[in-house]
Design a protein around this ligand. Sequence first.
Ligand code: SOE
Length: 378
Amino acid sequence: MKELRVALIGGAGFMGKAHSLAYAHAGFLDGLDARLVREVLVDVDADAAAKAAAQLGWNRSSDNWRDVIADPAIDIVDIVTPPQMHAEIASAAMAAGKHVFCEKPITNDGQEAAELAIAAAASGVVNQVGFNYRFTPMLTHAKSMLTAGDLGRPLQLRASYLADGGFWVPDFGWRKKRSTGGSGATGDLGSHVIDMALFLCGRIKRVVALDRSYAKASEGNWGPDEVPDADVPDGGAMWIAEFANGAMGSFSASFYAAGRANAIRMEVDGSKGALQFDWNKNNEIQLAFVDDPMDKAGFRHVIAGEPSLWYPIPGLGYGYVDGSAAQLASFVRAIVAGTPTAPDFSDAAHVQEIVEAVARSAQTGGWIDIASGSEAKA
Ligand code: SOE
């Protein structure tokens, strides 16, 4: 069985724990054909790195990512730092021949993201970005139905990622300012539903948008006549998109949606049927078919018909840790098989171009074309 030694860069925070849980459990996934070794956890703060490594089961810790990437014993570099560090670390890791897993957004700069996609395509290493929600079993089930034509031609997609954290989280940390890596509701939450929409309906060729910043970088909300400074990312955005396949999409992302806790919803209307997916009820998907007789029409609740991620029994439940493990499994299977995986850097660069087009359209008021929406993958 192939042994893969992993370096986790920036691992002393929330995503470091989520990824460590995935590595700790990935070996329980059937058919992985690899033994993952949590070799070294890296963080800029040596003490925090040592403490996290001990708590999360890593063999050792370091405060120097360059030394770790230069280590020939390391096979995988997993980047969970704030986004503005992703490009430098990923470039160095690919140049050193490491397989690279990078948290989303791939970067907060579309040009950097496009350059990373080109470098990744030329590198020959497996590369993937942490859009974990597309791996939810009922969403992959939705994808298989769309691919099989069960719902016909996609007509409309409606997506939302709503949270209430803007009202109560005491400190958003690096996420609260663009200068420290924050990308706001559009980049932090919206990038997920953009990836899920691309997964279901293919590439997007243009968008038009509105966005708002609701809170000061430090405390409270802005007064009615106060104008947020440019460093405060948006607290909410709404946009319309046109897919390359002609389908229409509407999107909403917000950190100021009372009563919403990590509330992700996807709806797709097709020429033969429709689906509804709700992350908060992710063990089921709702389906409706045009051919249903009138007295049996409407949405039916399909409970997870596939075996769960870990066991041969459907309906046992699926959560955030499962998503971290499922996305990691896709990455590791690609390494073992020597095949590409998704969403890769090229997919993530397309997401980032859309995120930036949303922000630009919100400033100009006009439609923004997405160059990578009509290109083949890099
Ligand atoms: C919100 O900030 C957040 O932590 C996102 O950054 C994650 O990508 C999402 O999975 C959970 O919410």
